[in-house]
Design a protein around this ligand. Structure first.
Ligand SMILES: Nc1nc2c(ncn2[C@@H]2O[C@H](COP(=O)(O)OP(=O)(O)O)[C@@H](O)[C@H]2O)c(=O)[nH]1
Ligand SMILES: [Mg+2]
Length: 202
């Protein structure tokens, strides 16, 4: 979170994390479409022809004002494939909130687990802990035949009991809910911090 007291701006960074082809880019595309044109900036997409994100996807959003501050939200995805480890670490720098997009496809059980381990390790290199980071889970691709049971996904990926939502990102289902639940958590955290230690300038 970057707070500029002089310019009276707050910048929030949200990251969509998860295994390759789990639906992170689809989430950003759906979100971008749902925000009013006036508020959203252009979406930057770096996709390869195999539909995998080469580096990351990004778009900025002007959210309005909060306590006299203009709030800007930056949405990012990370590339899922193992060889983009460095990119994932860089995208995670300064993250304020995270959506873990899990793939409910039966053959992606292991990929989800590896991605969660990778997330924890990469947060560590940024001196962060998942427990201190506002985050939500998205159980995506609920439309897939034989989808992994939500109970199993909860048990394997979300032992901490963070908010979690079933989704079919391809149809936009669950996309908005994840984003708004996450922003809620991020601003609750911000308010709690501001309550504890108010910025000197005002
Ligand atoms: N069946 C199904 N396919 C989805 C869903 N969400 C995304 N996809 C598809 O899964 C593939 C990978 O999605 P993408 O957003 O590129 O994944 P990313 O690698 O995590 O960015 C694409 O072909 C999407 O159309 C979903 O909810 N259900
Ligand atoms: Mg992608």
């Amino acid at each position: 979170m970057r707070i500029n007291a002089q310019k009276r701006t707050i910048s929030v960074k949200l990251v969509y994390y998860g295994p390759g082809l789990g639906g992170k880019t689809t989430n950003l595309e759906m979100l971008h479409r749902q925000f009013p044109e006036k508020q959203r900036g252009a979406m930057l997409q770096l996709d390869t022809e195999t539909e995998r994100t080469l580096f990351f996807d990004y778009f900025p959003l002007s959210l309005g004002t909060l306590g006299g501050y203009k709030v800007k939200v930056d949405f990012f995805t990370v590339p899922g494939q193992s060889f983009y480890l460095t990119t994932r670490r860089i995208v995670l720098q300064g993250v304020d909130g995270l959506v873990f997009v899990a793939d409910s496809s039966p053959d992606r059980e292991e990929a989800n687990l590896l991605s969660k381990d990778d997330l924890i390790a990469n947060l560590e290199t940024n001196d962060k802990k998942l427990a201190d980071l506002p985050h939500v889970y998205q159980w995506n691709k609920r439309d897939i035949p034989g989808a992994l049971p939500v109970k199993l996904l909860q048990k394997q990926l979300n032992p901490e009991g963070a908010p979690a939502f079933p989704a079919v990102a391809l149809n936009g289902e669950g996309v908005w809910e994840c984003q708004s639940a996450l922003l809620q958590q991020v601003f609750d955290t911000l308010r709690a911090q501001a309550g504890g230690a108010r910025p000197a300038s005002g």
